[in-house]
Design a binder for this molecule. Structure first.
Ligand SMILES: Cc1ncc(COP(=O)(O)O)c(C=O)c1O
Length: 398
């Protein structure tokens, strides 16, 4: 019967399949988020009077070094970092001196004090995974020793230490928006002493590049929901998009790549990002991230305890769930084969860091992975993720 056939087809198309769906690393773009919402309640530092928006956070790091007068001066910098943070700092003329970071992703204030020399001008502090990095004690050290504090909140939008937002402790702070909300680009730099003088004229990024990133995120959203054909469609469109960029001679605008491109210093956040931001319910995002992190910890914490503090402190909005394993590459491969995107927690050494001086950070880079806990993930998705992690860790240790 025709009606029966139609009904069963529709059911097949619409029903998400656990096999076909993916668990993405970052939140994805839902179509309704393209509708701007008036009267949005902005959290710090979005739309803050002392904040400036940029194409990505890395360009805010460059700007902060210049604005705070750190060019040519020594900045204490963690030996555990991604890579582009340091490239931006060095491009702006600062001289890094490295300090260790513990397996718990925290910085011991004594190691900072030991390294302060006559030419030290500032401390660069990363709030890894959205967890406050000893910020009270380190702010005191900076105040007492006359150092400037630069907070790297690339992972820490919406996160607080108690009731004080991260990024409000330092002389300057930078935020990376695409890690927390599904915008195609967007970084923010904010200064304690008020807005920086800025003669640079900035432009919006080219629409074609922004649209391509937004479309890719929306297709990933379909893939996450297990919509039939979405994986192939996304792969084909990415291929087509790249070819179109090449043919049109348009520069690829890097998002999700650790590259510092000086020409991007002259760009702002895109208007699509602004519109997507206005559609977000920020307090629900924090609640969902906290719930997912705790649910993951309850389900896998015995096999893969989080590297961060055991309890989730009030105010923290976790970016992800970091853990250590001796079988990093195997665990990653096996989870990926189950449709789970898993984060590599910075396995590569930057050439500027004397590796032999930081054996413990070397161990960290060889063992650290991270699991997503973002707001797109439902209880069912977290349970699937946790089951897969338990299976894989069981297999590799057998
Ligand atoms: C700790 C840290 N800081 C800064 C950045 C740079 O952020 P963006 O990609 O927005 O430039 C990253 C990106 O990976 C990061 O992990």
């Amino acid at each position: 019967m025709t009606i029966g056939v139609r009904a069963s087809r529709r059911t097949r198309v619409a029903r998400p399949s656990a096999q076909r769906s993916v668990i993405p690393l970052f939140p994805t773009l839902w179509p309704h988020m393209l509708r701007a919402r008036a009267g949005a309640a902005w959290p710090f530092p979005i739309e803050w009077p002392d904040a400036r928006d940029l194409y990505l956070a890395r360009y805010g790091i460059y700007e902060a070094v210049k604005t705070l007068g750190l060019a040519g001066r020594e900045v204490l910098f963690p030996a555990f970092f991604h890579s582009v943070e340091l490239d931006a700092l060095v491009a702006a003329g600062a001289r890094p001196r490295f300090f260790p970071v513990g397996d718990d992703l925290r910085v011991d204030p004594d190691t900072i004090v030991e390294r302060i020399g006559p030419s030290t001008a500032a401390l660069y502090l990363i709030h890894y995974a959205g967890f406050p990095g000893t910020v009270d004690a380190l702010s005191r050290v900076c105040r007492d020793r006359g150092l400037l504090l630069l907070e790297d909140c690339a992972h820490a939008l919406l996160s607080s230490a108690g009731d004080r937002p991260l990024g409000s402790f330092g002389d300057a702070a930078v935020f990376s928006l695409p890690k927390v909300v599904p915008v195609p680009n967007g970084g923010i730099v904010v200064y304690r002493a008020g807005p920086a003088d800025d003669a640079m004229r900035r432009e919006r990024p080219p629409r074609i590049a922004v649209g391509a990133h937004a479309a890719s995120s929306m297709l990933l959203n379909l893939q996450m929901r297990g919509i039939r054909g979405s994986r192939r469609l996304r792969a084909s469109l990415i291929r087509l998009g790249r070819a179109a960029f090449r043919t049109a001679g348009v520069d690829h605008m890097p998002t999700g790549t650790p590259i510092f491109v000086p020409s991007c210093l002259a760009l702002t956040m895109s208007s699509i990002s602004r519109r997507i931001l206005s559609s977000q319910d920020f307090s629900s995002i924090v609640q969902r991230r906290r719930r997912n992190y705790q649910r993951l910890r309850d389900r896998v914490g015995d096999l893969a305890p989080p590297m961060t503090v055991a309890d989730l402190p009030p105010g923290v909005s976790p970016l992800f769930y970091p853990f250590l394993t001796d079988d990093r590459d195997l665990v990653m491969r096996r989870l990926k084969s189950r449709g789970i995107e898993i984060g590599e927690f910075w396995p590569e050494w930057h050439a500027a860091v004397p590796r032999h001086e930081f054996p413990q950070v070397d161990r960290l880079r060889r063992r650290a992975l991270w699991l997503p806990c973002h707001q797109d993930l439902t209880d069912a998705a977290i349970d699937r993720l946790a089951r897969a992690v338990r299976e894989v860790l069981g297999e590799v240790s057998a």
